[in-house]
Design a protein. Structure first.
Lengths: 227, 241, 124
């Protein structure tokens, strides 16, 4: 048995290599993220001085929706020609496959956020609401939240791979489960824009969510797929 | 070879009819007590009588979801068909109860709080929980009836258990509080107490009956699948001969 | 139209008169009446919904003292609506599960009969 991290790195490198040639997923996620930002800005922008109240919702909705689109494509290369079956048959620890795919999803989400969130700042004119210290807190909040979405999303994207209607079922299954992250993220970001320095309780909540679900995912991922 | 024992669908046993009779009797009793014996509430007026069935529905929803989570956990450890049937049935009846709680709640809230809806912790928690188990039932209805889907659904129900706690924390930090009446001794009138607990008993028995009926349906469906496969195998054997 | 009739569950033999014979059944009438009552009570409740009720979170329910003031009956449409939702919903659900149960049981009997026939055929 190869170790979990070796498997994870192999899966990660394989997916990134495929992506560097096709650039399909990155194009999908990025273009959707940017367009969603544009649509939300056109819908919700009211006045410069109140945009701090609206922008948190926009940031987190864009992140959630665009990562869902990434999740839909996350196991696409495995679905074709039933490569996932091969992966299940291989003498490896399946936790590694999960961790590798989680890293792939985090890479795409991170790149997408790096492009869309500056754009939200620009469109909603958020720079007066922020300073350097709170920006770091916001980045931590976003990183933990993205991790939370990815943990739940990767787990069920793999599970629903062979299911009919998986494009519809994935958000139906994932969104109710990630509501704590969404609430914590939006409220924490709103507090930051309102000038609060410390949002540690919301960060703790998302952190606890990430830890609990990473544990659950690693425990049940191999059990559910290989029985 | 005739029917294998697993394909037999049992007739409804005595216990089922006992629960059925209890549900019917207690419902009538609770309705009567709530309408005729329990007094009208001082500030909210007659609309408070929704309470005698609204709260039992919410309670049985939570109980059914906990049973669903436990049964699913058991199914992941040791896959037994009965546990899976129980999980499906409790999830579906739980969604029904959640629907009742979420529709009667706003009707009451309009009179008591002045709004149909408020983003208030218990309400939000109930809504998110109901959505979670709508996802479970959707997965079971549209995902197919194979072993993998059953395990995935079980995983979803198990994952839902810590989410209940986390959502609770999130919404409590986010918003104010729901009236807590029962456990803080707020039911001052004895007839109100009796009507309420009769309502809890009635809805509880009803939930048992509905779950039972629903899991019988699941057993019958599994038997149909099994027999269909059986028949197909026989046809294939015959073709080979 | 045939598609619609099939969807509505009309009997094929009364297709010409489907809106007299096939379409109006006791079950459907009951369903229509129940839905109309549900929507009706909701509508009445909304229509009566003019006053602003006091926003307050009660933690204690007290019996009204009927010797001092009349009981407040203004919430009746809301209460009736709530009870209608619960009881019509419960009966509808129980009915639908029993119906599905009956259908699946019939299917099961058919399959058993087919297997029995099959076994007899292959034995002889």
């Amino acid at each position: 048995m190869t170790s979990v991290l070796t498997v994870a790195m192999l899966v990660y490198r394989k997916d990134i290599a495929i992506e560097r040639r096709s650039k399909e997923t990155l194009f999908t996620v990025l273009s959707f993220g940017l367009l969603a930002t544009l649509v939300f800005a056109l819908s919700f922008f009211i006045e410069n001085d109140v945009s701090g109240a609206y922008a948190p919702g926009v940031i987190w909705t864009v992140v959630l929706f665009a990562s869902t689109l990434g999740l839909q494509r996350l196991f696409e290369s495995e679905r074709e020609n039933d490569c996932f079956g091969g992966l299940l048959l291989a003498p490896i620890d399946l936790k590694g496959v999960y961790v590798g795919k989680l890293l792939v999803q985090l890479t795409f989400s991170g790149l997408m956020e790096a492009c869309t969130i500056p754009l939200v700042f620009l469109f909603f004119d958020l720079f007066p609401f922020m300073d350097a210290g709170r920006l770091w807190t916001l980045l931590l909040l976003l990183a933990l939240g993205t991790l939370g979405f990815a943990i739940i999303g990767t787990l069920f994207a793999a599970m629903l791979l062979s299911t009919r209607l998986r494009e519809v079922l994935l958000p139906i299954v994932v969104y109710p489960l990630v509501t704590p992250v969404l609430i914590a993220g939006v409220q924490g970001t709103r507090l930051l824009f309102a000038g609060t320095e410390s949002v540690s309780h919301w960060i703790t909540l998302i952190g606890a969510f990430d830890l609990i679900y990473l544990g659950i995912a690693l425990a049940i991922f191999p059990k559910m797929l290989r029985a | 070879m005739s029917d294998t024992p697993t394909t037999q669908i049992s007739t409804r046993p005595f216990a089922y009819w006992a629960f059925f009779a209890a549900a019917a009797g207690l419902s009538l009793l609770a309705l009567g007590w709530g309408f005729f014996l329990a007094p009208v509430e001082a500030t909210m007026g007659i609309v408070q009588k929704i309470f005698y069935f609204h709260v039992p529905c919410a309670m049985s929803m939570q109980a059914l979801f906990v049973v669903c989570g436990l049964a699913s956990f058991g199914y992941l450890i040791k896959p037994r068909a009965a546990l899976d049937r129980l999980a499906v049935a409790t999830a579906e009846v739980g969604v029904l109860m959640g629907f009742f709680a979420l529709t009667t709640g706003p009707l009451w809230a309009r009179k008591a709080w002045g709004h149909y809806w408020e983003w208030e912790p218990r309400l939000t928690l109930t809504l998110v929980l109901a959505f979670m188990f709508v996802a479970y039932t959707a997965l079971r209805s549209f995902g197919g009836s194979d072993e993998l889907t059953k395990r995935i659904a079980a995983g979803l129900a198990v994952a839902g258990i810590p989410a209940i706690y986390l959502v609770r924390v999130a919404v409590t930090w986010w918003r104010g509080t729901h009236p807590r009446v029962v456990w803080s001794g707020g039911l001052t009138d004895p007839d109100m107490r009796i009507a309420f607990w009769l309502g809890v008993a009635a809805i509880g028995c009803l939930a048992v009956v509905l779950t039972w009926e629903r899991s019988r349906l699941e057993a019958a469906r599994a038997a149909v699948d099994e027999l269909t496969l059986d028949l197909m195998e026989r046809d294939l054997l015959e073709d080979d001969v | 139209m045939v598609q619609l009739e099939r969807w509505l569950g009309a009997k094929p033999h009364c297709r010409n008169l489907w809106f007299f014979a096939g379409f109006v059944t006791i079950r459907r009438t009951c369903a229509v009446v129940a839905v109309a009552l549900l929507l009706g009570t909701g509508g009445v409740a909304m229509a009566q919904d003019t006053e602003e009720a006091p926003a307050r979170y009660g933690t204690e329910f007290e019996a009204a003292d009927l010797t001092k003031h009349k009981e407040d009956l203004s919430g009746i449409p809301f209460m009736v609506g709530a009870y209608m939702v619960i009881w019509s919903g419960l009966f509808a659900y129980l009915y639908s599960v029993r119906k599905r149960n009956g259908q699946v049981s019939a299917q099961l009997e058919e399959l058993r009969a087919a297997i029995r026939l099959h076994d007899k055929g292959s034995d002889s």
